[in-house]
Ligand binder design. Structure first.
Ligand code: HEC
Length: 98
C-alpha cells in the first residue's frame, strides 16, 4: 500500500488521468441513470438530482467530502458498495469536471 502510494506520488498526472478515465466509465455504467455525468448541453439537473459538473463546481466539494459521501448509504441513492479504488476513480472523475 505504501509502495503503491509512493508510485502514485511519482506519477500524479498519469495516475489521475487513468483514474478519471476509469471513473468516467464507472459513472456511465452506474450513475448516468440518475445523474448527468458529463459537462455539455444537458448540464441541467433533472428531477432534483444534482449533475456531476454541478457537484464538482460547489466550493464545499473536495475529494474527502465526495469519498465520504460515496462510502455511506444514502436514502435516495442506491448503496453501490463501491470498493476503495472504484470510489477513488469516481471522485477523480467528478473533480475532473471542474
Ligand atoms: C437511483 C438514482 C441514483 C443513482 C443511480 C446515483 N445517484 Fe447519486 N444521487 C441521487 C440523488 C437523488 C441525490 C441527491 C441526494 C440524495 O437525495 O441522496 C444524489 C446525490 C449524489 C451526490 C451528492 C451530491 C451533493 O448534493 O453533495 C454524489 C456525490 C453522488 N450522488 C454520486 C453518485 C455516483 C458516483 C453514482 C454512481 C456510482 C450515483 N451517484 C448514482 C440519485 C442517484
Amino acid at each position: 500500500m505504501a509502495m503503491a502510494a509512493m508510485a502514485l506520488g511519482l506519477l500524479p498526472f498519469v495516475a489521475a488521468a487513468q483514474s478519471a478515465d476509469v471513473g468516467g466509465r464507472l459513472a456511465e455504467r452506474w450513475c448516468m441513470g440518475c445523474h448527468v455525468v458529463e459537462t455539455g448541453p444537458r448540464d441541467v439537473a433533472t428531477d432534483g438530482v444534482p449533475t456531476f459538473p454541478a457537484i464538482a463546481a460547489r466550493s464545499g466539494t473536495t475529494a474527502e467530502s465526495l469519498d465520504r459521501y460515496l462510502s455511506t448509504a444514502h436514502t435516495n441513492m442506491p448503496d453501490f458498495a463501491l470498493s476503495r479504488s472504484e470510489r477513488s476513480a469516481l471522485v477523480t472523475y467528478i473533480l475532473s469536471l471542474r
